[in-house]
Design a protein around this ligand. Structure first.
Ligand SMILES: O=P(O)(O)OC[C@H]1O[C@H](OP(=O)(O)OP(=O)(O)O)[C@H](O)[C@@H]1O
Ligand code: HPA
Ligand SMILES: [Mg+2]
Length: 180
């Protein structure tokens, strides 16, 4: 698996330190507000697990799974709900947790959906932001790291469902997705 990585962009200990710092900030912002923290499956799974444990305040956890039509590397913008929330977002303070915002199309859909369902507030926390990929007008409230316009994998992020279990964020060797 390691041999498919061209370069490590963000090391495991950097992710850990950043997650702790974001958690500390959110502990202050959300104490006494009982937010509903929503992880977007599957990519957000590791960040969601580590971040929620770094927030030292009462919160509720839920997950949503959406898929966008498109190929493995480019999304089309059309979003389908694969798994909806168990809880109602009405009048709740929502925190959406993402691994990466690229085109912004997934989040643009989710933010509109939660507003439509009458959430009290909707904030976005993402481990990675790739602003050069943006097609929708989405600005995250908290960003861990800004990444260049390259296909990244690890710590939840996949290519063809692989590499999610790498503990760091890396750039995949182009020959892997070119299939040579
Ligand atoms: O800003 P965008 O261009 O919409 O891309 C970001 C989204 O794409 C990835 O998920 P994907 O749909 O690949 O599902 P996965 O999390 O199961 O890999 C990622 O986890 C984000 O949810
Ligand atoms: O760079 C990326 N890597 C993995 N999944 C993604 N989904 C959007 N952008 C990416
Ligand atoms: Mg993916």
């Amino acid at each position: 698996m390691k041999e498919d990585i061209e370069k490590i962009l963000i090391k495991e200990d950097e992710i850990k330190a950043k997650t702790e710092a974001i958690g500390q900030r959110m502990t202050h912002e959300y104490k006494d507000r009982f937010p509903l923290v929503i992880g977007v499956l599957k990519g957000a799974m590791p960040f969601m697990a580590d971040l929620t444990r770094a927030i030292h305040a009462h919160l509720e956890i839920d997950f949503m799974d959406v898929s966008s039509y498109g190929n493995q590397m480019v999304s089309s913008g059309e979003v389908k709900i694969e798994k909806d929330l168990d809880s109602s977002v009405k009048d709740r303070d929502i925190i959406i947790v993402e691994d990466i915002i690229d085109s912004g199309l997934t989040l643009s859909y989710l933010v509109s959906l939660f507003h439509h369902r009458q959430a009290n507030s909707v904030k976005i926390v993402t481990l990675l932001d790739k602003p050069e990929g943006r097609k929708a007008d989405i600005v995250p409230d908290i960003v861990g790291f800004t990444v260049p316009d390259e296909f990244v994998v690890g710590y939840g992020l996949d290519y063809a469902e692989r590499y999610r279990n790498l503990p760091y964020i890396g750039i995949l060797k182009p020959e892997i997705y070119r299939g040579s």
